[in-house]
Design a protein around this ligand. Sequence first.
Ligand code: PSV
Ligand code: MN
Length: 397
Amino acid sequence: MTHSESTTFDLAVKALDSFQIEIPSWGFANTGTRFGKFVQPAAASTIEEKFCDAAEVNRLTGVTPTLALHVLWDLPNGIDDVPQVKELERRFGIRAGSINPNLFEDQQYKFGSLCNPSPRIREQALAHVLDSIEIAKQFGSRDLSLWLADGSNYPGSQSIRKRIGWLEQALCAAHDRLAPSQRLLIEYKPFEPAFYHTDIADWGMSSHLCRVAGLQARVLVDTGHHYSAQNIEQIVAWLLHTGLLGGFHFNDRRYADDDLTLGSIDPYQIFRIFHEIHAAAADGLARSIAFMIDQSHNLKGKIEATVQTVVTAQELWLKAALVDREQLAVHQQSCDLVAAEELFRGAFWTDVRPLAAAWRLARGLPADPLAALRECGYVERIARERENRQAAISSYA
Ligand code: PSV
Ligand code: MN
């Protein structure tokens, strides 16, 4: 290795050692679109299977020690399910990660949850959030990750401002229940399922709600929840500057919230976001940012897609770490546009795969996690087992 090669390798080791990403339990389950579901024999249908799949991804990549849980889907009996899930944590060596209340599937939420005009429904929605905070406490989970489907479909059909007031009250009440080490992450989304107005539609609304709720509230940026032309890294830079960036739900999209694999459509976008984070970290600003995946794999194999996502995230994180920020600052200061841009793009075009492979080997991990997944036969084995189990269940039925 030349001197500069060894410096690059040291930089890569530092960058990859500092990177972990949380995977969602729902990424292993059968999901679809409103036009239907294509079921996969290897899909997980129990919380045990989700933990098992998460452990496999962590065995191959070494950077996914936590699993995001959705309360209704993973703990249908609420807090009573915690001991069983704790047992799975021990058995599979995977910890419960962020806890996601579900305020969008119950029939009563037709006209909203925390913003519903009915005080009774608002109370029930808040009770579910408070239960979810309690569940998070029992797991020792830091983040309560809140997304509301609330909104309306027709102009004039709801009071937008009244709903803001109800939301502020509920979020203050939720924030009051947090333990000092916990955080309330507030996610935004411009539309869907509501098609006219969404109660938390963008980062400005999330930021405002965080400020009102309290010091432990932060904004959650889901990369799929932006209009196509939006400059997401600029939003990230603002959130870093204001100390309000809590974390990410990573995925990619071509049109709207398409849940495509991170970096599959626009890897440069994720690189640009990661650059902002590395730059802020160098200035001591980027503290406690939760990197999470939020994808539903409709057509790809779930475990393959998850491993592919994790590996892509690591590569883009590493590319962004290679930006020579001192030199970049010089070019920015002298407004040498082309030099700055070429330096920036140069890092993006660097093939970091050999560096990532060397880092993995040094940590006893497979150099190529996707190839290792294909070779080990895990997916085929679980597909057989899960299919047989399904067949056994239906023959009893
Ligand atoms: C909503 O589109 C979202 O991004 C929220 O984070 C949900 O919790 C998740 O997807 C799963 O439906
Ligand atoms: Mn999300």
